[in-house]
Design a protein around this ligand. Structure first.
Ligand code: XMP
Length: 512
């Protein structure tokens, strides 16, 4: 990593820390997010081309305000301070920050000095997102003001000699027009980056490094059919071919036909050494009578590991075990962990009893969208690369109450019809996650001349970017009507279909 052209994002508890890192990468420059109190030695070791201070909720006047080592200003490395980052920089270098009495929030026209290297190519009046209380009232000596608005006379500062820049607004969010251009200008005009971060070079470099590290040794991977483990599998296969064995534990809780599709892609398209374990009966017997969602998750997570271990034992000692960890899992932002609403037991957790010497995490530097780009680069079909997220415990948490084979089949068939109709209508790209839920509710219906007493099925679809919050999707009524009518006609034991119109919060995306 030391030799890679890198920009360090120093996180002062910003809600946008990952967004800034992704924007930098979209400009073809590799970035890492580090906590604000990262030791200066570590930053020197990375030898970054530039440093970005994020925003954050603190005021420089608070006693416990986050502050980084001020040595950072002596490294001769360009710095861009955003919002709190600009206030921290100004305060540290002798400027004056004043406490505002009310927050300025919203999209605000800002006058830019377009002869500044970071505003090159922008219009003189640019709409930017402001979100701050404190203000810089006096710039440190050697600095100039390069942006201002009606309520904020110092909305941007620069010291061209030191290559230090500050922005009171947020260039990383979409609400700031041409925000990415400002970040790009900082990277190329100020930090003089050359833009070497491309997924094609990531693939080539990873293959080279994996070959070097693994040599002629054996590698084991737990394949779930999800995007991360699939991309990791194909990347390793390209690097070491048959030295890789993938174990695909099919717990029977995947969507209709999915197990066969996964097998087909990996065995036939890529000729990967694949062991498929059909363990549906085993999982269903462990889950029999269990109604508590957290218990279901725990049982599935643990059983998955047991099955994986048993299969791995048959192979004997392996040298490496692959984990599909991605970058958001490894960022240490210093933020407190939020309360646990659901424990996300991801299939593919770390087994205790598999004989391996070392773990390999080939995707640990990548954001999710970069994992997808890598997948396309490797020739994995679009249908898999752009698959909607699917929870590790699968359909078990979409059957409310206890799980039986019969309920599972009902849900698989109904869910398949929903997905088929969405795809026929070409709506798939607009909806971020959509699925059916088998409620535990039975109600009276009439079919032909007969009374029925059968299950109610719920359809759920959400639009979201981060899955932390979501709004219910406005699927056209005519599509919902077709789905509902097909489901009650084609799937036995469903006589009523409802559509979930709750956003998150207060609801969660999954029903369990
Ligand atoms: P919720 O229901 O918490 O879901 O709003 C947010 C996202 O997480 C997925 N999800 C899970 N993923 N294991 C997973 O791997 C789980 O136990 C789990 N529970 C929810 C859910 O599908 C949505 O994308």
């Amino acid at each position: 990593m030391e030799n890679k052209e890198t920009v360090v994002i120093l996180d002062f508890y910003s809600q946008f820390n990952q967004l800034i890192a992704r924007r930098v990468r979209e400009c073809n420059v590799y970035s890492v997010v580090l906590p604000y109190d990262t030791p200066i030695e570590k930053i020197k070791e990375i030898n970054p081309k530039g440093i970005i201070f994020t925003g954050g909720p603190a005021s420089v006047y608070e006693l416990d305000a986050p502050k980084c080592d001020e040595e950072i200003f002596k490294l001769g490395i360009p710095i861009l301070g955003i919002c709190y980052g600009m206030q921290f920089m100004s305060n540290s270098l002798g400027g004056v920050v004043v406490r505002g009495d009310k927050k300025e929030y919203g999209e605000t026209p800002i006058q830019l000095n377009t002869s500044s290297p970071i505003f090159e190519g922008l219009d003189e009046l640019n709409v930017c997102l402001m979100s701050h209380t404190d203000l810089v009232n006096d710039v440190p000596s050697g600095f100039l003001v390069n942006a201002s608005s009606k309520n904020c006379h110092i909305a941007g500062i620069e010291n061209k000699k030191l290559n230090f820049y500050g922005l009171q607004f947020h260039p990383e969010v979409n609400n700031t027009v041409n925000g990415t251009r400002i970040i790009r200008n900082f990277l190329y005009n100020v930090c003089k980056c050359s833009g070497t971060w491309k997924m094609s070079s990531f693939v080539d470099e990873s293959i080279k490094n994996l070959r070097k590290k693994i040599g002629d040794k054996k590698v084991l991977l737990a394949l779930s059919g999800g995007v991360d483990s699939s991309v990791a599998a194909v990347l390793l296969h390209k690097a070491i071919g048959k030295q890789l064995t993938c174990i695909f534990v099919d717990h029977g809780l995947l969507r209709k036909n999915e197990g066969d599709e996964v097998e087909n892609i990996f065995r036939n398209q890529f000729d990967i050494n694949l062991i498929r374990v059909n363990a549906e009966d085993r999982f269903l017997s462990k889950l029999a009578g269990v109604v508590d969602p957290e218990k279901k998750r725990k049982i599935i997570g643990e059983e998955f590991i047991r099955v994986f271990e048993e299969e791995a034992k048959k192979i004997g000692t392996v040298d490496f075990l692959v984990q599909g960890t991605i970058y958001p899992d490894v960022i240490e932002s210093g933020k407190d962990k939020a309360a646990t609403i659901k424990s996300h037991h991801n299939v593919g957790g770390l087994p205790d009893h598999v004989d391996f010497k070392e773990i390999i995490e080939p995707l640990r530097d990548l954001f999710k969208d970069e994992v997808r780009k890598t997948g396309l680069e490797l020739g994995i079909p679009d249908t898999l690369v752009f698959r909607q997220p699917f929870p590790g415990p699968g359909l078990a948490i979409r059957i409310i109450g206890d799980i039986t084979k019969e309920k599972l089949e009902i849900l698989k068939d109904a869910d398949y019809i929903f997905r088929e109709e969405i795809s026929k209508e070409g709506l798939g790209k607009e909806l971020d996650q959509y699925f059916a839920v088998l409620t535990n509710l039975k109600s009276v219906g009439v079919m032909g001349d007969y009374r029925t007493y059968d299950y109610t099925l719920a359809l759920r679809s959400v639009c979201t970017t981060d899955f932390m919050t979501a709004t219910w999707s406005r699927i056209p009524f005519k599509v919902l009507e077709k789905v509902s009518s097909r489901i009650v006609n084609e799937v036995k034991h469903i006589n009523r279909v409802v559509y979930d119109i709750t956003s998150k919060p207060p609801a969660t995306i999954e029903w369990e």
